[in-house]
Design a protein around this ligand. Structure first.
Ligand code: DX5
Ligand code: ZN
Length: 216
């Protein structure tokens, strides 16, 4: 299976968001990556439900919603109503992760867990079977356009091993600093899905950039 590409709308042009949504619709990308930041869990604030509902009304591909917020369990139903297909919460923000994952799934969404760069993958040992997607953060969450943290490759390999050992069906997604070089290294290490923001929307030809990532 070819790698899943999830362009991050954080780097899109908000004054002409419809145009960038249509670019992704028409491209070989698989998902829309939507970054929600609350200014508490991360030092930045992005957008919330009303923008996501409007994106949903135009998007012809699943919405991959990445919550960088504290107590994400408070908003699961609202993100479902806004149109999330995949809902990812941070391990560091979830005190009762098992309950949160079951709640996400009860709405028919795929349940994801994100790990900050300093969080080891072995914290997922006893929950991996319940996770549809692990999102390895390869930058510190909060901003687009940062440099890839090399240790993320090691984490992807370790996670792949944990998934194999436990016969889990979990996919590995990686977010931050993805370009053709790091993307290739990540797919070789075992990543199933790649998020790319500035590399896609900062390029001269976003559809061609998406296609180049897709072919890694
Ligand atoms: C960062 C976000 C990312 C961000 C990635 O907190 O989670 O999804 O958009 O941006 P790039 O691809 O530019 O590193
Ligand atoms: Zn993200």
């Amino acid at each position: 299976m070819s790698v899943i590409i999830s362009p991050s709308l954080l780097s899109a042009n908000f004054l002409n968001l419809g145009k960038d949504i249509e670019i992704v619709n028409e491209s070989s990308a698989d998902w829309f990556h939507i970054d929600v930041m609350d200014g508490v869990f991360v030092p930045n604030i992005s957008y919330g439900m009303s923008i996501i509902s409007q994106i949903k009304s135009m998007a012809r591909k699943p919405l991959d919603v990445h919550l960088m917020i504290v107590q994400p369990e408070r908003y699961i139903e609202q993100f479902h109503k806004a149109g999330a297909d995949i809902l990812t919460v941070h391990w560091e923000a979830s005190t009762h992760l098992h309950r949160t994952l079951q709640c996400i799934k009860s709405y028919g969404m795929k349940a994801g867990v994100a790990l900050n760069p300093h969080t080891p993958v072995n914290v997922l040992e006893d929950i991996i079977q319940d996770i549809d997607i692990v999102l390895i953060m390869s930058v510190n969450p909060g901003f687009g356009g940062q440099s890839f943290i090399e240790n993320s490759l090691h984490k992807v390999k370790k996670l792949k091993q944990l998934i194999r050992e436990t016969s889990a069906k979990t996919w590995i997604e990686v977010d931050g600093g993805v370009n053709l070089k790091t993307g290739k290294e990540l797919t070789e290490a075992g990543a199933d899905a790649l998020v790319a923001g500035s590399f896609v929307f900062g390029s001269e030809n976003p559809p061609a950039t998406i296609q180049a990532l897709k072919q890694l």
